[in-house]
Write a protein that binds this ligand. Sequence first.
Ligand code: ADP
Ligand code: MG
Length: 448
Amino acid sequence: MHDDGRYDDPRVNRSEGPGSGVDPVSRETDHQQGWTTGGQPTIRPPEHDSGVRREPPAVGAARPVPESYVLPPSVPSGPDGRPVNAPDDRVATSVRRNAGASSRFEAPVHGNTPPVPAQPHPGAVPDAVTMVGAPGPGAVDAADAAYVSRETPTREEDDPPLAMEAMRAVQILNPSGEVTMPRPERTRVMCVANQKGGVGKTTTTVNLAVALALHGNRVLVVDLDPQGNASTGLNVPHHTGVPDVYDCLIDSVPLAEVAQEVEGIPNLWCVPATIDLAGAEIELVSVVARESRLNRAIEAYPGHFDYVFIDCPPSLGLLTVNALVAAQEVLIPIQCEYYALEGLNQLINNINLVRQHLNPKLAVSTILLTMYDRRTRLADAVEQDVRNHFGDKVLQAVIPRNVRVSEAPSYGQSVMTYDPGSRGATSYFEAAQEIAERGAKEPVNRNA
Ligand code: ADP
Ligand code: MG
């Protein structure tokens, strides 16, 4: 208060940026105020939250793109040099707002109790919320408030109808088992690689594999990461003692002897990785034809697969080289984040080396943008950059950052079965469909 009795206008303080009393919120928090990445660079709030992604500015328009994104112009741009479709035009927003009707979480008794996840079940469509205990007056409101997901849109018109979500779930689960994604003429061996960790390689492998298998393709997943995350995600046993990909690489055990059927998903098999694989990188050094052990194992597999997905470790060592020698195609997931493109040149160089010396069939066929956060301009900038550099190798489908995607592995499931109506499942379904359709159109590419 001033001497003359006046008070400071609080609005003045609020508009003064950092330190003004507006707490930063997480990037996953859909909140009108405090738009920030919690780190560098800070994202300015959009003018309004329409819930619909804005068109990215035209190429050449002044938008600062951090130096570190820029790759040498070795890869041609798309025809118009910019993304054709904004992903959110294609991917309807998932609803968690009406949690009372759509959440799979049980309601907490008190507003401040964290929600307890109920056991999900394959094929489930969003169901009614189950109240636990005996909530007192007002507890339902508090519980509903606690449900509001971090991805909750804030405007009424953002809510897609639940019926549509249920319809999408049925489309994704394809209970009739029809072949709705075209099967390729020959096996497509796809190596999912990026030496950065945490960019979505495993998530992409698991979800694309499940999507293709649910739609009539025969799919094998080879878990080539000693962490065994793909095996966990597919709920395939991979504790010590389980025959695994290590046995195939080091002891020449046939893949067919170690491949396990994935429970609940017809047409899907997985060659698991146990912790033994951690030693393979070193043991392979002294093995004959060390770079092509996996290739031989896959070629000798008697079962016919439409797709073989190899989930690579986050390194460019001998395991990844084995995957590159075995594959015809490389699928690179790129996280829509700062530093996303750093190190990509090194991966591309390695791919070129393998193509020159060990596997002339190898090509980068597919780039998938993952963990896209539509509320950040940074994600837009990364998308635009990646599309400019990789052109039509980049799938139109973009995977949003979606909490259902990250929850699914803890239930030994893909998001396709864990929450088939979610945005995560829809986007992976669209990505799988695109991959299948491209393969059907361009069979020559794969075997050239
Ligand atoms: P990588 O195999 O490249 O190391 P992962 O697929 O294991 O990466 O993903 C790293 C982490 O990010 C995991 O915890 C995963 O659940 C999470 N994650 C992956 N994709 C998404 C997504 N679209 N939305 C939210 N979380 C995701
Ligand atoms: Mg992984």
